[in-house]
Design a protein around this ligand. Structure first.
Ligand code: 5AD
Ligand code: SF4
Length: 431
């Protein structure tokens, strides 16, 4: 989400005549886009501001700006406490970044943190380097008010971007040679623009270029409709991968979290998606990832065991796992954060260990099987290898051979660990 937002800010700046550098010593302005979801995310930003302070000593004219959710949350406080900061811009005021930079050049500090009911940046062309995969923000904000979550406060109310403007952007990306789009929203299933819902959007995007993969995130278990599942099933380039945060395996905790579904509903939903996508698609099977929070207020050992049980039952392909972090303004802030740090850590490591074991076991069953992958980049570890992904979002490492970034190819898996599959060669597919 922040990558997509950064590209929007860069789009705004680019059209005002600014150029970008990755070398901070060359920069007149440095902007940091921030997350406020957990305390840890904010702590990292304080570390970065320390670096900028050092840089400002060498270049006193350097303008420093903090953008995004942490800016929205802390507002004036951030400028008062962190003297290095010249401008503060929340997620709905990115159009004002150039104006605030101009003011900062003449020594005026600026704050723009109004939230909007309508801003979707639909007319801004995000600034993107050429590449294979692009993020497109299709809706902004969140109305769910999960009791632990600061997002409804920092990103405001839900609003959807016009379908036509999304399709135009996908078309441009296809012409530029992109091979994959990721449709983004805090809760993409709530997309609604006129009479179009998220399934309609997904369908329209998938028709732009059949050689382009379409992914989306994040889905809320309450809003993943039958129509959406059918749309995934009937369109081969919509990927068989769903990120579906469960958060906890205990109905009592889910209720306290205001997640608005029960574990029984969640399990049924996963079963239904698996049943439909198994029979309907050329590529059978679907993979799931999830988010899990350990140590929500009042969570008992029994609640925690229920989370482990659900993980064993669903067998997610992957998970993002977090310790509960109390956030000001949220409803859970008012509940006492009564699970000790030690217990939170212990539960989290049990959750991580179990997920690693499950991911490893699932990946072992893929050895000997053949998959189509899209080559996305060089491998991080060696320039002799490429990194690609299966439709189900598994990372595959394959020797370069005659392949090129952006190729689709067939690979037979001969080795796997919990995070990565390995193949010894890839055969290019002409599409
Ligand atoms: N503490 C821990 N994890 C959180 N998340 C959101 N808010 C918090 C919090 N206060 C997690 C949820 C969500 C993911 C994006 O971040 O699991 O799905
Ligand atoms: Fe936060 Fe819940 Fe909205 Fe996700 S659905 S952004 S967890 S409030």
């Amino acid at each position: 989400m922040n990558l997509a937002d950064t590209e929007i800010v860069q789009g705004v700046l680019n059209s005002t005549g600014y150029k970008f550098t990755n070398d901070i010593s060359q920069a007149d302005v440095v902007l940091v886009n921030t997350c406020a979801i957990r305390e840890h995310a904010e702590e990292r930003i304080y570390g970065r501001l320390g670096e900028f302070r050092h840089q400002k000593k060498q270049n006193p004219n350097l303008v420093v700006g903090v953008l995004g959710c942490m800016a929205e949350r802390l507002r004036k406080q951030l400028i008062e406490e962190e003297k290095v900061v010249d401008l503060i811009v929340g997620p709905d005021e990115y159009r004002r970044v150039p104006e605030l930079i101009e003011n900062a050049f003449v020594g005026e500090k600026g704050i723009a943190v109004r939230l909007s009911k309508t801003e979707t940046y639909d007319d801004i062309i995000p600034y993107r380097e050429d590449g294979i995969s692009a993020w497109i923000s299709v809706m902004r904000g969140c109305d769910k008010f999960c009791t632990f979550c600061v997002v409804p406060f920092t990103r405001g109310r839900e609003r959807s971007r016009p379908l036509e403007s999304i399709i135009d952007e996908v078309r441009l990306l296809s012409e530029r040679g992109f091979k994959e789009v990721n449709l983004l929203g805090q809760n993409v299933n709530s997309y609604q623009e006129g009479s179009f819902d998220f399934a309609d959007l997904l369908y329209a995007v998938s028709k732009v270029d059949k050689n382009m993969r379409v992914r989306f995130t994040t889905s809320h278990p309450q809003d993943l409709s039958d129509k959406l599942i059918q749309t995934i099933a009937e369109n081969d380039n919509i990927c068989n991968y769903i990120h579906l945060p469960v958060q906890s395996g205990s109905n009592r905790i889910l209720q306290l979290m205001n997640r608005t579904y029960t574990i029984e509903h969640f399990l049924n939903l996963v079963g239904e998606v698996r049943r439909i996508l198994w029979t309907r698609k050329q590529i059978p099977g679907v993979s799931f990832s999830t988010d899990i929070i350990s140590g929500f207020p009042t969570e008992t050992e029994e609640d925690h065991q229920m989370t482990l049980e659900v993980m064993k039952e669903v067998r997610f392909d992957g998970a993002f796992m977090f310790k509960y972090s109390a956030r000001e303004n949220t409803k859970a802030w008012g509940m006492s954060d009564d699970v000790s740090e030690e217990v939170k850590s212990k539960r989290l490591s049990e959750i991580i260990d179990l997920q690693q074991k499950i991911s490893y076991e699932i990946n072992q069953t893929l050895i000997g099987k053949t998959f189509e992958i899209l080559i996305e980049d060089l491998s991080k570890k060696s320039t002799d290898f490429y990194m690609g992904r299966t439709d189900t979002n598994k990372i595959v490492i394959v020797p370069k051979g005659e392949l090129q970034i952006g190729d689709y190819c067939l690979v037979k898996i001969d080795r796997a660990n919990s995070a990565t599959l390995f193949a010894s060669d890839g055969i290019k597919i002409e599409k």
